[in-house]
Design a protein around this ligand. Structure first.
Ligand code: GRF
Length: 212
C-alpha cells in the first residue's frame, strides 16, 4: 500500500481532488497525512472530516528555512511516505528537503511550464497575451518550478479573461491532472529518462481542454 503525504497551505482543493479520486477509484494507496504550514488552512478541516491525520507546522515558529524544512522532514517521515505531494504548498524548499524526497516529490504549478514559473501565473499569462495557458504536474528539483514534467493540461485564453476567470478554468484541469498523475505514480507507471517522464503503458501526457 503506497503511503502518500500531502502538503498544503490553503484551501486544499487539489488535495481534495486527490482524496476523492483515491476513494472513488479505491486506490491501493493510503493518504497517510495532510500537513499544512499554516494552522488556519481550510483544507485541514476537509482532511479531518475524512479521517485523515491533519497536522500543521507553522513556519513562523522557526528562525530559518533550514530549521523549518528539517522539522518538516521529521514530521513527514513519521508517516513513512512513498510519495510526497505538494498541493498549493506555498513555500520555497531547501535543497536538503528536495534531495531527501528525490524521485518521490510531486508539485502542481498553474502554468504550462517552463512558461511562467513563480507567482501570479495567470496575470503573467494575460500580460504575455498567450492564446493558451494551463497547469503542469512535475517532479520537484532544486530549480523552482522546474523538474521532469509528468502531465500537463492546456486551456484557451479568451477575450475578457481576468486572472480570476483564467484561474478558475485552469483549476478545473488541475483537479483532473493531479489525481491522474498521482495514480500513475502509485501504479508504478512512471519512469524518468534524463529530464523526460515516460508513462507505460503510454498515455497522453497533455490534455487539451476546449472549455471556456
Ligand atoms: C493551485 O492553483 C495550485 O496550482 C497553486 O496554488 C493553487 C492551490 O489551490 N500552486 P488549492 O489549495 O489546491 O485549492
Amino acid at each position: 500500500m503506497t503511503s502518500i503525504v500531502i502538503l498544503i497551505s490553503g484551501r486544499g482543493s487539489n488535495m481534495e481532488a486527490i482524496v476523492r479520486a483515491a476513494q472513488k477509484e479505491a486506490w491501493p494507496a493510503k493518504i497517510s497525512a495532510v500537513i499544512s504550514n499554516r494552522p488556519d488552512a481550510g483544507g485541514l478541516d476537509f482532511a479531518r472530516s475524512h479521517n485523515i491525520p491533519a497536522e500543521s507546522l507553522d513556519h513562523r515558529q522557526f528562525e530559518s528555512r533550514q530549521a523549518f524544512d528539517a522539522a518538516l522532514i521529521k514530521l513527514i517521515d513519521t508517516y513513512q511516505p512513498d510519495l510526497v505531494v505538494l498541493a498549493g504548498f506555498m513555500r520555497i524548499l531547501t535543497a536538503d528537503f528536495v534531495q531527501h524526497y528525490e524521485g518521490r516529490l510531486l508539485n502542481i504549478h498553474p502554468s504550462l511550464l517552463p512558461l511562467f514559473p513563480g507567482l501570479a501565473t495567470h496575470e503573467q499569462a494575460l500580460e504575455a497575451g498567450v492564446q493558451e495557458h494551463g497547469a503542469t504536474v512535475h517532479f520537484v528539483t532544486e530549480a523552482l518550478d522546474h523538474g521532469p514534467i509528468v502531465l500537463q493540461a492546456s486551456v484557451p485564453v479568451v477575450s475578457g479573461d481576468t486572472p480570476d476567470t483564467l484561474a478558475q478554468r485552469v483549476l478545473k484541469q488541475e483537479h483532473i491532472i493531479y489525481p491522474r498523475a498521482v495514480r500513475w505514480f502509485i501504479d508504478n507507471r512512471i519512469s524518468i529518462d534524463q529530464n523526460r517522464v515516460l508513462v507505460s503503458p503510454p498515455e497522453s501526457q497533455l490534455l487539451v481542454s476546449q472549455d471556456k
